[in-house]
Design a protein around this ligand. Structure first.
Ligand code: MG
Length: 387
């Protein structure tokens, strides 16, 4: 949505698009979140907090975006947002107020500025647009929600005053202002303030409230991140192949010296097959029998690790990322422990994940059943994917 304003130029009335600049603050560290890095660079599902926030601004009426980042993070932030159009990343300051000041100085002259804490990724574009509309009409639009809890003034551990709840609001961001007014306010007020509406108020303007949303919470503590961690799904896969002579034995892409190998249309990598089916199952997709039919000449002697990468592409396209994979190979012979590490490395590389996200174990079946009689090798895998 792009907003227009009508301007009188002589007798003619022309419509020109409003220049609305979003200013997203990402220069803090967020020590209370408990990470060893900027909390806005923390992944919630497949995107960082900053990207989730930026997505909402890209859907809004903003025509350009300025992000303030600390010198430590500025390269990482620039790289992260390089796929977005009309986004400028500039150095923030060591306080929120200084970061806003830097952002205002770096941006091109605009009609409206919308200032937002990057740690509020649950904002929606409609509320950003309402704040902007309020700024067009009244000079400012400050998101706020009525206080739910009773608020008391406490000295030490003693309550000295109970504030009447009526009329008390929790102030959120975004906060939208006419560009000239917020630049004027920051030029005249040198104090460090908790938010921009305070500076605006101290400069003599009257901030106008826009009803916000309780869901527009600021991610601050470790618990906030737990509450808003990505949804996850579990998947399971199982496969078995017959052991025959004159075939290679390949497990997890590792060629294992043995007198027999597994029979199959592809390379019969039974472990990789189980892993693929686990991932597909978690993503709600058809299994490998449907994706790679064993009567399709295209998959004759196919390298299963390559097929695994096709599976990865399919689940990634749907927004899934791999949490972890746990698999077990059931084989009476040969002894697999010398190959487990290499198998895990192969699978991790094929999937573009850390080797710590994969665990493979091996067991015999104590001579029982088909596997125990050495007629075949089976594999079972489970995985968790997040989205
Ligand atoms: Mg198979």
């Amino acid at each position: 949505m792009k907003l227009n304003q009508k301007t009188n130029i002589g007798a003619a009335v022309q419509e020109k698009p409003l220049a609305v600049c979003g200013l997203i603050l990402c220069a803090g560290f967020g020590a209370r979140a408990g990470f060893s890095y900027n909390k806005l660079l923390h992944y919630v599902g497949t995107k960082t907090v900053l990207e989730l926030t930026l997505d909402k601004f890209m859907e809004s009426c903003c025509t350009s975006i300025v992000i303030t980042a600390s010198p430590n993070d500025i390269d990482a932030v620039r790289k992260m947002v390089s796929v977005y159009a009309n986004v400028l990343v500039v150095s923030g300051g060591d306080t929120r107020t200084k970061s806003v000041r830097n952002g205002l100085q770096a941006m091109q002259k605009s009609d409206i500025v919308v200032i937002h804490d990057g740690a509020r990724p649950f904002i929606c574009s409609a509320l950003i647009n309402q704040a902007v509309q309020s700024a067009i009409t009244f000079g400012s639009g400050i998101l706020a929600v009525p206080a739910i809890d009773t608020i008391k003034e406490v000295h030490g551990d003693t309550v000295v005053r109970t504030l009447p709840r009526a009329g008390l609001y929790h102030i959120q961001t975004p906060q939208a202002f006419r560009y000239n007014q917020i630049v004027d306010a920051y030029a005249r007020i040198a104090d460090d303030c908790g938010d921009d509406s305070e500076i605006y108020e101290k400069a003599g303007y009257s901030p106008k409230i826009v009803l916000g949303d309780y869901a527009n919470r600021k991610l601050t503590t470790p618990n906030d991140f737990l509450l808003h961690s990505a949804s996850s799904k579990i998947g399971t896969g199982f496969d078995v192949h017959r052991l025959v002579e004159n075939r290679p034995l390949i497990l997890g892409g590792v060629h294992i010296p043995f007198e027999k190998g597994l029979l199959g249309h592809s390379d019969a990598d039974v472990l990789t097959h189980a892993v693929m089916d686990a991932l597909l199952s978690a993503a709600g997709l058809p299994d490998i029998g449907v994706l790679f039919p064993n009567d399709d000449p295209a998959f004759h002697n196919a390298v299963s690790l390559k097929l695994l990468q096709t599976v990865l592409q399919k689940i990634t396209c749907l927004g899934f990322s791999i949490g972890n994979i746990s698999a077990v190979v059931l084989a009476e012979k040969p002894k697999l422990s010398p190959y487990i590490e290499k198998i895990c490395i192969n699978l991790a590389r094929a999937l573009g994940i850390s080797v710590q996200q994969i665990n493979v174990s091996a067991t015999t079946t104590e001579g029982l059943g088909t596997v125990g009689e050495g007629k075949g090798i089976a594999a079972s895998a489970m995985c968790i994917v997040t989205y």
